[in-house]
Ligand binder design. Structure first.
Ligand SMILES: NC(=O)c1ccc[n+]([C@@H]2O[C@H](COP(=O)([O-])OP(=O)(O)OC[C@H]3O[C@@H](n4cnc5c(N)ncnc54)[C@H](OP(=O)(O)O)[C@@H]3O)[C@@H](O)[C@H]2O)c1
Length: 387
């Protein structure tokens, strides 16, 4: 594990060096790679490779804020919110149980997903594993009578109420990691941090994190109540956190990083094209500039680069996308979501490939040469991030 104290005052160049060092570490993971050919087939050997007991672990945060989790988490959101797919409840629960059996200990949801329905699903599915796995959830988006108002409310009184309600829906006594989902301009970050500090003292919350905030906000929040993780969008088509010092400040302060939408909402998995029809009632991708047909057509070149790269190792493009994120630093834990057992196995199998830092760098150079068409968010969503 990287010694973050020693590297405390290293600047952006230091971060790049760290990347090289951790890339080497990732390349040295025990080889349990049983892929037989450079295609997308999953063999019996692969199934064994991701059986329980084969999981690797990572630590988000340091000191009292340290939180040990499986090296890959599971995003529950898309099982019943915003990703078109809508398997019945029992099928979702079976997939979540399979993730637990395969060693996943980090499950991610939020009050706003559904709203409320996603927390209820996660709570029901994970109830048999109380104390053995962790459900992380998020407050901030205002929800009234089960509906989003579009406003933010992170006032101390509301955080406390949301905490109590989430505990009930998740069927737990303490939230393992409670994130502020979006910055609330009406509530100073110091007040949010102090409220969480009180909830930690009371045992209702164990760790905390923030989503899509800037480096200054992270510093202010961390000085009041040490943060365990920052959760922001990060993948090969959106690398803002490398440029705006967010990853650098996480490294410097010993805060973990959880990249959300690590497969770019499925796009890097290669099964979305310009003809893909998103469910008009249950998919926000249709509102995103990057998921308009022209952008999809242009950006498919990026998926092709990942597929081409993966051919050499027998990796699918999803595995390339996840592996690239994980080799960036040992304190990065992606949370891909899926409704399919086959994708769950495929994604977990990412942990067993050996790719050298030089080869990851070649991938990065090839992807960077292709301009990404379309913004990641529409104007309203963009207004809520980066504070
Ligand atoms: N903090 C925030 O603001 C924020 C925002 C968005 C998301 N999140 C969190 O991040 C988690 C993941 O994000 P996400 O769902 O937006 O994006 P994602 O994990 O990048 O992509 C999920 C999509 O990829 C597909 N997929 C998964 N594995 C695949 C594979 N191996 N091959 C091809 N397709 C595959 C899934 O479809 P199938 O069901 O067909 O597999 C699903 O539609 C969410 O569950 C949520 O917890 C947080």
């Amino acid at each position: 594990m990287e010694d973050r104290k020693e590297q405390k005052n290293v600047g952006r160049r230091g971060f790049l060096k760290t990347i090289a060092a951790t890339s080497a570490m990732f390349a040295l993971q025990p080889a349990v790679n049983k892929v037989k050919a450079a295609n997308n087939l999953i063999t019996d050997g692969d199934l064994l490779a991701v059986e329980q007991g084969d999981m690797q672990y990572r630590v988000l945060g340091t000191g009292k804020a340290a939180f040990k989790v499986s090296a890959l988490g599971f995003g529950v959101m898309g099982m019943n919110y915003n990703r078109s797919q809508a398997p019945d409840r029992q099928k979702c629960i079976r997939i979540i149980h399979e993730a637990v059996e395969r060693g996943v200990t980090l499950f991610d949801t939020a009050i706003i997903y559904g709203p409320l329905r996603n927390e209820l699903l996660a709570g029901e599915a994970l109830a048999p594993f109380k104390g053995k796995v962790n459900i992380t959830t998020k407050f901030g988006h205002e929800v009234v009578d089960g509906k989003s108002t579009g406003r933010q409310d992170s006032s101390p009184k509301t955080i406390r109420r949301y905490c109590e309600e989430s505990l009930r829906r998740l069927r737990i006594d303490s939230i393992p990691l409670f994130y502020q989902h979006r910055f609330d301009p009406k509530t100073p970050v110091e007040e949010v941090a102090a409220t969480i500090g009180d909830l930690i003292k009371e045992g209702k919350v164990q760790h905390w994190g923030m989503c899509e905030v800037n480096a200054d906000t992270i510093r202010k929040a961390h000085s009041i109540q040490p943060l365990t993780a920052i959760q922001s969008e990060y993948h090969l088509m959106h690398r803002l956190v490398e440029e705006n010092d967010v990853l650098e400040v996480c490294r410097e302060l010993g805060i973990g990083f959880v990249p959300y939408s690590p497969i770019n909402r499925g796009f890097l998995g290669g099964s979305i094209n310009e003809y893909t029809i998103f469910d008009p009632n249950n998919d926000n991708r249709q509102t995103l500039p990057r998921f308009q047909p022209d952008a999809i057509r242009a950006n498919t070149r990026i998926v092709n680069v990942l597929q081409q790269f993966g051919h050499k190792y027998g990796m699918t493009s999803s595995q390339v996308a996840l592996g690239w994120l994980m080799q960036k630093a040992p304190w990065i834990v992606p949370i891909p979501g899926t409704t399919k057992s086959s994708h769950l196995i495929e994604n977990l199998h990412t942990l067993h490939f050996n790719v050298s830092p030089e080869e990851w760098n070649e991938l990065e150079v090839a992807v960077t040469a292709i301009p990404v068409m379309g913004d990641r968010y529409n104007a309203e969503q963009q207004r809520q991030v980066g504070h």
